[in-house]
Design a binder for this molecule. Structure first.
Ligand SMILES: [Zn+2]
Length: 61
């Protein structure tokens, strides 16, 4: 079981465990990432394998 402090950290820093050059969907580090914007207009990186998924979600480039 995770400690309460860990849970609090996750709430305030949700992307801490995700590497900067990792795909938004599969969280894998990929060399060819494309920039998209999600529904919250936040910049995300999507790998070529997840681009189709991003397009389906109507994420903009
Ligand atoms: Zn991906």
């Amino acid at each position: 079981m995770r400690s309460l402090l860990t849970k609090i950290k996750e709430i305030f820093v949700p992307n801490k465990s995700i590497p900067k050059n990792a795909c938004f969907f599969c969280k894998r580090k990929m060399p060819d990432l494309r920039n998209y914007r999600n529904e919250a207009n936040k910049r995300i990186k999507v790998c070529y394998q997840c681009v189709e998924y991003a397009e389906r979600r109507a994420y903009r480039k």
